[in-house]
Design a protein around this ligand. Structure first.
Ligand SMILES: Cc1cc2nc3c(=O)[nH]c(=O)nc-3n(C[C@H](O)[C@H](O)[C@H](O)COP(=O)(O)OP(=O)(O)OC[C@H]3O[C@@H](n4cnc5c(N)ncnc54)[C@H](O)[C@@H]3O)c2cc1C
Length: 391
């Protein structure tokens, strides 16, 4: 084994692998040909099984009915779910640990616990047309009006909004002398004044869409603000930290499946009298892919284990960025090589390699592009030095 995993972690890995292989993967091609959708009874089964397995409450504290799993166990689960194309693994929402730390008891009951039971779905709205890599530049404004805030602006790329019934929405709250604070709100998606203005198509075929929303003087109770008015960016950083780590995990899972597929194909495909696996140019692609996967996986597991050991969160934040950067870039290189190994068959939409080739591309963009991850890592390095980050 390349990294020491406890027997309980291995059991989570087994359960997630079984769910991915037996429940989800058989429906990928259907989803690809049906705008990412599977028949409703299949989708309901996927969700029910995910909830039964506990995937919606892995990160939630035990005191709130969660499993409070170590981050390493969660990474191992998301790695296995990453083996699946067409986002079929997004069968459930997840309640994150930071949400329980940030929210009031009323907010936890109303918005967070229903994520664990599958009765509500959330989405996260930060990005705007002029604020993507720089969320500090957002223009959506929340003005206090008695016991409400009045929100106006526009949000882009709101993933899963078509499935969600509320948003985590980041807006700026004007304060004295033209200054502004970033605040995070719960906003019900059907609140008066919210309009979906666009629902563009993207490079992948997912049932979860990424629409654009306009907010025209949307009244939100002040009790729906999460934490203090100036806390918004800190919570968004908590969200990013977790999402980046789990993106890294999914990229590792995707790469593992791709490499296995490519190796099996290379052994079976005979060209000019020999299996292509015997050609050294093919072997080099396989060897580079496995080597890079191992590196990215070790980084991802270690970034999770650091959190489990309670290490400094700023340092952990840097490691989550490094893991996402390494794993997403690695998985894109692997997908490109594996399509190449399959030759013309690698360009068929029925081939998972083709779907991964398109789907993994966004992992270098969302939750902070690779360039932004590099900036985070470089700034942290300049502040802490190598020893401060790597020991
Ligand atoms: C499918 C999809 C789903 C998404 N889901 C969500 C969601 O659910 N919620 C949400 O809020 N957002 C979401 N996003 C938005 C995503 O997080 C942003 O697209 C991403 O952060 C990049 O922002 P941008 O697109 O505005 O690119 P820009 O910020 O315009 O960047 C353009 C290019 O410039 C580079 N760049 C920018 N700044 C620097 C710099 N300082 N140094 C060097 N290079 C730089 C970038 O890396 C990029 O290559 C989603 C995006 C996509 C494509």
């Amino acid at each position: 084994m390349a990294y020491p995993l406890s027997s309980s972690t291995l059991e989570w890995q087994r359960k997630a692998r079984e769910y991915a292989e037996q429940d989800l993967i058989p429906h990928e091609e259907y989803a690809e040909l049906h705008e990412g959708l599977v028949p409703p009874e299949v989708a309901a089964r996927h969700k029910a099984r995910a909830l039964e397995l506990g995937f919606s409450r892995m990160d939630a504290p035990v005191a709130h009915g969660g499993l409070g799993l170590p981050k390493l166990d969660q990474v191992v689960v998301w790695e296995q779910l990453g083996r699946v194309t067409n986002a079929l693994c997004w069968a459930m929402s997840e309640a994150h640990q930071w949400m329980f730390e940030a929210c009031t008891p009323e907010q936890i009951e109303r918005f967070i616990k229903p994520l664990m039971t599958g009765t509500r779905c959330e989405c996260y709205a930060i990005t705007e047309s002029e604020a993507g890599s720089d969320p500090g530049a957002i223009a959506t404004v929340a003005r206090r009006d008695g016991d409400h805030y009045v929100i106006s602006g526009e949000k882009w790329f709101v993933t899963s909004a078509n499935k969600a019934d509320y948003m985590f929405l980041q807006a700026v709250v004007p304060v004295d002398a033209g200054d502004r604070q970033h605040a995070l709100f719960f906003v019900d998606i059907d609140a008066p004044g919210i309009e979906m203005t666009d629902n563009p198509l993207f490079g992948h075929t997912f049932a979860s869409h990424h629409p654009t929303y306009r907010f025209d003087r949307v009244r939100v109770p002040a009790s729906h603000r999460i934490g203090a008015a100036g806390d918004g960016m800190a919570y968004t950083r908590s969200w990013f930290r977790r999402e980046r780590l789990m993106i890294a995990a999914r990229c590792c899972g995707a790469a593992a499946r791709l490499i296995d597929m490519a190796a099996a194909f290379a052994k079976a495909r005979v060209v000019s009298g020999q299996p292509i696996a015997e050609y050294q140019l093919i072997q080099a692609m396989l060897a580079d892919s496995l080597t890079e996967l191992w590196g990215a996986r070790l980084m991802t597991y270690e970034a999770a284990a650091m959190q489990d050991r309670g290490e400094d969160l700023s340092v952990v934040h840097t490691h989550c960025s490094m893991a996402k950067l390494a794993a997403s870039e690695m998985a894109n290189r692997v997908a490109d090589r594996v399509v190449q190994i399959f030759g013309g068959r690698g360009y068929l939409r029925s081939n998972a390699a083709q779907r991964f080739y398109r789907e993994l591309r966004v992992d270098r963009i969302w939750e902070g592009t690779s360039e932004i991850q590099r900036l985070i890592v470089a700034r942290s390095l300049l502040k802490r030095g190598v020893d401060g980050l790597l020991g």
